[in-house]
Write a protein that binds this ligand. Structure first.
Ligand code: OOB
Length: 586
């Protein structure tokens, strides 16, 4: 039996719908229509640049290609409400396909390039996808082959769309699907004639998830359009703004905070780059006049080092940044980023010290972004005083975002005290997709999302992220579910008990560390654990990078593994032997 999307959704209660509509947050238009309208306002301005592919599209051309691609998706048999698993690198095809979906009412499920069969197979089944879109290869990984394997599974995708020049039999050429229209007027009329309703699902985002595999977050056209539009206004994006995408484009941050969608809605220009590697990112910022971009703290750190003439770039800049050349490099590199006005940093907490270096080194305004795929976005404002910009993670985007900080018993804590963050609002859905059991834990009965973040609130209403009470490891902005890692580690025969915790790391914030109690007489190595992760085909960022063997694990009074005690143990170990504890695996 084929189920429809709405079977698994948790709607906002009617009184909230009314409130959000009345306040104007929900505009009652699909994202596809809003994007088309924006394109009509500045048709001749450049909208999308993919330097690696040599593609430069104006707003009118991009909108036309999106409508053509929507028509071609329909010709393949895809209908409004069908889902498509999107696992594309940062390139022009990602943008055209996403816009086509938003026009046709086909719902993209935003996977990350790092995902492997474990995650993709789960997502394909859970969302019952009709199609999958992948590159032919990325690095040494054959995405096309895996996509066809998934298509061969029962209930797997019917169509495999591939971006690349090594297409095999049975693949649909995604570049041809995204090519200019043969009948622009007809395609436009076809899209305009049947826009998805604004309360329908526009995209599925992935939650980092505290339990097992990623959860799906259904973002509606109304809520996600507000998310992108209000973020764009807050960041002062305009028609002359140029936004650089170097984080994985399917992540909420570069997609809509304000990201690709916010930039296009503002009539601005999006530049796609496959990675944030400093030498290339700086060269692109210079070549395209980039004004805004979003990075995670680890990348911000690398950019700051590079700009100050310390980092040794890869590629063209290899070998630079040393000795007498350093001063010249510094001057040249800061000249490269002259146009950059706003550096958004989020995904993980940036150290205050690093935050303070952004303005002097890059001559750009730092904007801290504390957000989540589940909705709530907190931003520092561009004109906030420097101590707010550098010392807080911002305040909510919307006046109707509701935020509570509560103690263990669910009582509100006073300003200045740490509490667990609960939230509701016009762009924070009331439940995960098809996850009744999990929703009962992740949401309160009256619809507050338990983010699992421990925060303090300043008297001015800004949040400071102090830690987490969710069992998650934040590896440079990638959220890793401890439970998922533990479940896989239990497959190793010599393992009696395991616990995954975040090991503090100067570069990434945290890395995955596994405590192991071996079975009597057995020995468990990191290599075996990683072999198991490889066998399960899960994303590499989840693989433990450090293993500590212990005779037993500490437990709390109720008999649960005491992760606080383990984190304290890790801290003691790294003080005692910083090198061996911290050494990352490359
Ligand atoms: C963003 O979204 P997700 O869904 O990948 O991760 C959300 C979680 C938050 O609950 C929090 O634990 C952590 O990531 N986080 C931060 C943070 N931003 C996110 N922790 C401390 N400081 C920050 N600035 O990561 C995301 C989504 C939209 C915009 C920006 C980030």
């Amino acid at each position: 039996m084929v189920t429809t999307i709405s079977d698994g959704l948790v709607p906002w209660p009617a009184e909230y719908v009314e409130r959000y509509v009345r306040a104007g947050y929900w505009a009652g238009r699909s994202l596809g229509e809003l994007l088309r309208q924006a394109a009509d306002r500045t048709p001749d301005a450049f909208a999308l640049i993919d330097p690696a592919a040599g593609v430069r599209l104006r707003h009118a051309e991009l909108a036309e290609r999106a409508d053509a691609a929507a028509a071609r998706l329909r010709a393949l048999g895809l209908r409004a409400g069908d889902r498509i698993l999107v696992q594309l690198p940062n390139g022009w095809e990602f943008v055209v396909l996403t816009m086509a979906c938003l026009r046709a009412g086909v719902v993209p499920v935003m996977a990350l390039p790092a995902h492997r069969r474990g995650e993709l197979s789960h997502l394909a089944r859970h969302a019952e996808v009709a199609a999958i879109a992948v590159p032919d290869r990325l690095g040494d990984f054959d995405h096309q082959k895996l996509a066809h394997q998934l298509a061969g599974e029962p209930g797997g995708p019917r169509h495999v769309l591939v971006a690349g020049d090594q297409l095999i039999t049975g693949s649909v050429d995604l570049r041809a699907l995204c090519a200019p229209s043969e009948h622009p007027d007809d395609d436009r009329v076809a899209s305009a004639g049947a826009p998805p309703a604004s309360g329908e699902v526009a995209v599925f985002l992935l939650s980092g998830g505290t339990t097992g595999l990623p959860k799906l977050i259904a973002r509606t056209h109304d809520d996600y359009a507000y998310n992108a539009r209000a973020s764009a206004e807050l960041c002062r994006l305009r028609a002359d703004s140029v936004y650089l995408v170097s984080l994985p484009a399917g992540h909420n941050f570069p997609l809509a905070c304000p990201g690709i969608l916010g930039t296009l809605l503002a009539g601005g220009r999006v530049v796609m780059l496959p990675s944030p590697e400093p030498a290339r990112a700086f060269a692109t910022i210079a070549a395209e006049g980039v004004t805004h971009t979003a990075v995670v703290p680890a990348v911000a750190g690398r950019w700051l080092e590079y700009c100050a003439g310390q980092g040794v770039g890869q590629g063209a800049d290899r070998g630079a940044g040393q000795g007498a050349g350093q001063g010249a490099d510094r001057g040249r590199r800061s000249e490269q980023v002259r146009t950059l006005r706003v550096l958004q940093v989020g995904g993980a907490r940036i150290a205050d010290e690093l935050a303070r270096r952004v303005r002097p080194v890059l001559d750009a305004t730092l904007q801290q972004v504390f957000g989540m795929a589940e909705g709530l976005l907190n931003y520092t404002r561009l004109d906030d005083p420097e101590q707010v910009i550098c010392g807080t993670q911002g305040r909510p985007l919307c006046p109707d975002d509701e935020v509570r900080l509560v103690d263990e018993l669910g009582r509100d804590v006073p300003d200045g005290e740490a509490g667990s963050l609960l939230t509701r609002g016009p762009y924070t859905p009331r439940g995960y997709y098809r996850a009744t059991e999990h929703n009962a834990r992740a949401f309160t009965p009256d619809g507050w999302y338990r983010s699992g973040d421990i925060c303090r609130r300043t008297p001015e209403g800004y949040l400071i992220v102090e830690g987490r009470d969710k069992d998650m490891i934040n590896r440079g902005g990638e959220n890793v579910s401890a439970e998922e890692v533990e479940n896989l580690a239990y497959r190793v025969p010599g393992v009696r008990q395991v616990a995954a915790v975040g090991m503090p790391d100067p570069e990434l914030g945290e890395r995955v560390c596994l405590y192991v109690v071996p079975r009597p007489g057995a020995e468990v190595t990191l290599a075996e654990i990683r072999q198991e992760m490889a066998a399960a085909e899960v994303a590499r960022f989840k693989w433990p990078e450090h293993l500590i063997t212990v005779a037993e694990l500490p437990v709390t009074k109720v008999g649960k593994i005491d992760k606080k005690a383990l984190r304290a143990d890790l801290a003691t170990r790294s003080r005692a032997a910083p090198e061996s504890t911290r050494r990352p695996i490359r």
